[in-house]
Design a protein around this ligand. Structure first.
Ligand SMILES: Cc1ncc(COP(=O)(O)O)c(C=O)c1O
Length: 369
């Protein structure tokens, strides 16, 4: 396997330095939590190796949130990122075929590329509201197709698939004896009715999620893989044992104690997301240079500089960052035209979001010809 660093990581806020950014609109999560605000007690923790599947009580708690899922169906990983790596490296070889949605969180594409498997991309288009084309996916399935990989709520567009679409994709996976990988990392950021957990619907499905996005805990690196397929879970466990054996006991304990209280944190999270989304919506409605497909989930949107606007996108992004100390996720983070930009509205507070949006407009006005 050959690894290649991804632009989204090279140019990430943590790599650039948080202190170089005044308005951080590049994050896809809510604001990072402060440990003391969580009010957890780790004093009695024994710093031993952990259970290889992950802390049993943590897995039981996660399972209790869904129907038809038990603790044995859950493998705790180092964030959703490691879950995706484990799934890809366990399922795919250079002889296998993958169908994957693009744009996407970079790991969903880059790890399969490093494996060297055959890939068909399902390109989401602005013109069709970034909707998944299920008949196209069905038509691309071949005898060596091992996996269909989707993300919902989607990064970077914020679109959410319907239950009907999910069921059709599961049916396609079952009929063709392949797996459906559903990256559900943004699941808890949906305030309304959620889709059923994909992995609870079929042994041909793998669900991935983590505590990073909805709870602002990316620093503890806790995520999970869920599948009812016992053989596959054994394979995932073998991969985990070869990569990192078990999770950090400290991280697992923090996640476990936090998740038990998560219900008391979520209303404030959803309220902030709602308020901030309304600010973005007002700004978009008034912005003559941008157009978007309104997001339905998560805390990100993916507007585009209108086609008729002549702009030097390189200059726009450098002006925005260097002169206005504002960061967004440029289209190339997602292998898309730089006219697209991902705006994260869950991380900044109201003032910083408003200022950042104002700065985007100002930098655009300065760089439009
Ligand atoms: C769709 C998606 N999956 C997975 C990840 C990885 O998240 P983490 O490893 O922090 O859980 C991200 C992070 O941006 C993401 O957007």
């Amino acid at each position: 396997m050959k690894y290649k660093r991804m632009p989204i990581e090279i140019e990430s806020p943590e790599q650039l330095g948080y202190d170089t950014i005044e308005c951080n609109l590049a994050e896809s999560s809510i604001h990072d939590a402060l440990f003391k605000d969580l009010q957890l007690n780790l004093n009695e923790l024994i710093l031993c190796y952990g259970h290889h599947l992950g802390k049993p009580e943590l897995r039981e708690f996660i399972a209790s949130e869904y129907t038809d899922i038990s603790a044995e169906d859950i493998l705790i990983t180092a964030g959703a990122a490691a879950a995706l790596f484990i799934a890809a490296t366990s399922l795919l070889s250079s002889k296998d075929h993958l169908i994957v949605v693009r744009p996407n969180y970079a790991t969903n594409i880059e790890t399969p590329r490093a494996i060297g498997c055959e890939i068909d991309f399902i390109d989401l288009n602005f013109e069709t509201d970034f909707q998944l084309n299920v008949p196209l996916i069905q038509s691309l399935i071949k005898p060596n197709t091992k996996c269909i990989s989707i993300t919902t709520p989607h990064n970077p567009t914020g679109t959410v698939i319907s239950e009907q679409t999910l069921l059709e994709l599961i049916e396609a996976a079952e009929l063709n004896n392949c797996f459906l990988l559903v990256d559900e990392t943004y699941r808890d950021l949906t305030a309304g009715i959620k889709l059923p957990l994909a992995a609870s619907l079929s042994p041909n499905v793998i669900s991935v999620s983590s505590v990073s996005k909805a709870f602002g805990l990316p620093g503890i690196r806790i995520g999970w893989l869920i599948t009812q397929n016992k053989k596959l879970q054994e394979l995932f466990l073998a991969a985990k044992e070869q990569i990192f054996l078990c999770n950090s006991i400290v991280d697992e304990e923090i996640a476990y104690q936090f998740l038990q209280k998560k219900k008391s944190f979520l209303p404030a999270v959803h309220q902030k997301v709602k308020t901030n989304f309304e600010l973005v919506k007002i700004w978009m409605d008034q912005n003559p240079n941008l157009e978007w497909v309104e997001p339905q989930g998560g805390v990100i949107c993916f507007p585009r500089i209108k086609k008729e606007i002549i702009v030097n996108t390189e200059l726009f992004y450098s002006t925005l960052y260097n002169n206005y100390k504002t960061l967004v996720g440029p289209g190339h983070w997602f292998e898309m035209d730089k006219r697209f930009m991902r705006i994260g509205y869950g991380w900044p507070d109201k003032e910083s979001l408003n200022k950042g949006l104002f700065n985007i407009s100002a930098a655009l006005n300065e760089t439009i010809r």
